[in-house]
Design a binder for this molecule. Structure first.
Ligand code: GLY
Length: 358
């Protein structure tokens, strides 16, 4: 079993990674069960596919699948159910599912009785390598995604790569974009590993999956330990590709036309092309990034998004960090060397997007 520590002083916690960990959940979580209740919250699809493997004998609360639960209404319904079950501060909510379940249940845990315990058991690749670690929780509102939430660290994260066996291929690939991100932002050796092993990982290779998850979680844990609340700028590096991605997702209506991880893949390819055009990074690095994402079947070209550069940039102008037509961007000096550029002129971004469309 691999164990990665998220070092946050009194709020430190381990992330345990092992194929078959779900079956050992009651043993691993026994110290928490000894102190209070464990309340499992999952979604109907995850529960049907993986619930039988989770070795916890508790009646779960099941949410309807999809982004709709991650809302004020979904939060209210969940919190009322948890209060009706008599959840207390010493109890732990167990978020068993993908990013929607993790973010919603995490937020509920942050406000219930002014904060109760939380265990994350992520079941999608995206949640395993990104959203379950680091304590960001929240819901979507009419004004946008993830604008309401809290930092609330879990007490433990259990990752079982076998959960990925029932994940649809498109979701798996989309989550893989976040794996590649860790190589691109700070670890050129890991990106090279992805180039060699990424296709086997997608095809189901167990060792490749365990290794990629372990390296990704260790990278995220190190960044979170340094900059838990995204104040020093270090944690902002995790947003590589995400400013482009959010504009692309907004343009496609946050629909299935472009999954978040797919938008991140395209966004990372664009961030590297932009960096190369500005003379920050070698053009060969930008080509390598696009070639690998392409080989995995992730989008790297704008052809399928029929919007002008200015239309896409208009979404960025609404960003809360935008000021005077400029926005901070994560760019790169090369593979494994991401940097924060505090003020990129959005007209330059629009021009890049138009040139990319050709
Ligand atoms: N997903 C970005 C972060 O956790 O900071």
């Amino acid at each position: 079993m691999s164990r990665v520590e998220v070092a946050l002083g009194a709020r430190s916690y381990p992330v345990l990674i092992e194929t078959g960990l779900l079956e050992q959940a009651s043993e691993v979580l026994a110290p928490f069960a000894g102190k209070g209740k464990l309340v499992v919250i999952s979604d109907e699809i995850v529960w049907a596919l993986q619930g039988g493997r989770l070795g916890l004998h508790a009646e779960p609360i099941l949410l309807p699948p999809g982004e709709g639960s991650k809302s004020w209404a979904g939060l209210e319904a969940l919190v009322d159910l948890l209060l009706a079950r008599g959840v207390e501060r010493g109890d732990h909510l167990v978020a068993f599912g993908g990013g929607v379940v993790g973010d919603l249940v995490g937020f509920a845990a942050s406000i219930l009785k002014r904060g109760c315990g939380l265990i994350q058991i992520p079941t999608t690749l995206l949640a395993q390598v990104d959203s379950s670690v680091g304590g960001k929780t929240g819901i979507n509102t009419a004004a946008g995604k993830n604008l309401v939430g809290a930092f609330h660290q879990p007490a433990m994260v259990l990752i079982d790569p076998a959960c990925l066996d029932t994940l649809p291929l498109r979701q798996l690939r989309a989550g893989y974009a976040e794996v590649v991100k860790y190589g691109l932002l700070g670890d050129a050796g890991f990106f090279a590993w992805c180039e060699t092993n990424g296709e086997q990982l997608i095809a189901g290779d167990r060792e490749a999956r365990e290794h990629a998850i372990q390296v990704s979680v260790a990278a995220k844990a190190a960044i979170v330990a340094e900059d838990e609340r995204e104040t020093s700028g270090r944690r902002a590096l995790l947003n590589l590709g995400h400013t482009f991605a959010h504009a692309l997702e907004a343009e496609t209506g946050f629909s299935d036309a472009l999954l978040h991880g797919e938008a991140v893949a395209l966004g990372m390819a664009l961030a590297f092309r932009f960096s190369a055009e500005r003379g920050l990074c070698p053009a060969e690095d930008a080509d390598r990034v696009a070639a690998h994402l392409d080989a995995i079947g992730l989008p790297t070209r704008l052809d399928t998004i029929p919007a002008s550069g200015e239309t896409l940039v208009a979404h960025m102008r609404h960003d809360k960090k935008a000021s005077g037509g400029r926005l901070p961007f994560i760019l790169a000096h090369g593979i494994g060397e991401a940097v924060v550029d505090k003020g990129v002129d959005l007209t330059d971004v629009a021009a890049l997007l138009d040139r990319q469309r050709g």
